[in-house]
Ligand binder design. Sequence first.
Ligand SMILES: [Zn+2]
Length: 246
Amino acid sequence: MFIDAHSHIDLLKNYKQAIQNAKEKNIKILTAGIDIKSNRKLLELKKQNLEIEICLGIYPTETLKLSEKEIDSEIDFIKKNKNKIVAIGEIGLDLKENSPETLEKQKENLSKFIELTKELNKPVIIHSRKAEEECINFLEKFNYKKIVMHCFSGNFKLVKRILENNWILTIPTSVKNSQHFQKVIEIAPIKNLLCETDSPYLHPDKEFPNEPKNVIESYKKISEIKKISLKEVEKTLEENYANFFK
Ligand SMILES: [Zn+2]
């Protein structure tokens, strides 16, 4: 089985078709919540018995739009639904969309979600765009191991720190045309890798929308760069997922 370890199924217009397309290619989908609305939508999809795994969280930019009370109540909501989710995410820090002055507030919000993650003892999917070093410094303080750095675009000194911490890096489908992610594959041990589409974003050929079935492109690149068969990559990443998410 192939695994798309990070997507936003609810943002696809034709998500039922996308789930069906993935199923036909033997691809498991993990889809992440980004705000209060999408967390509820994903639970609703799960209720309809669609074949997806879900994680709930609030995207860093979205946390800045919420009051402290709203964040606390969403955390309670996630706790109540803990048996329906496999991880917490997408959470993190973002300094591309937000000014540096928001960093302290973002960290305050993030720490609430990390405490939740520790309490539930589940993996966490981290977004770190343009705040990569801040994010690693911050996460290391929590001394928590089940961390997935989604689409990590920081420099290779930071990639090495992630690997020393034995966290997971997800390879997005945009790897097809990205030297950065091709190099990540080169230097990371395969035990630290998973693949993702970030659907509807990060299409392998820069189109829109991306969908989970395209995750095969990331698998192919790992196979090509590590010089191991596609079957072997599939098997190893399935083990990685099982070890990390169970
Ligand atoms: Zn995402």
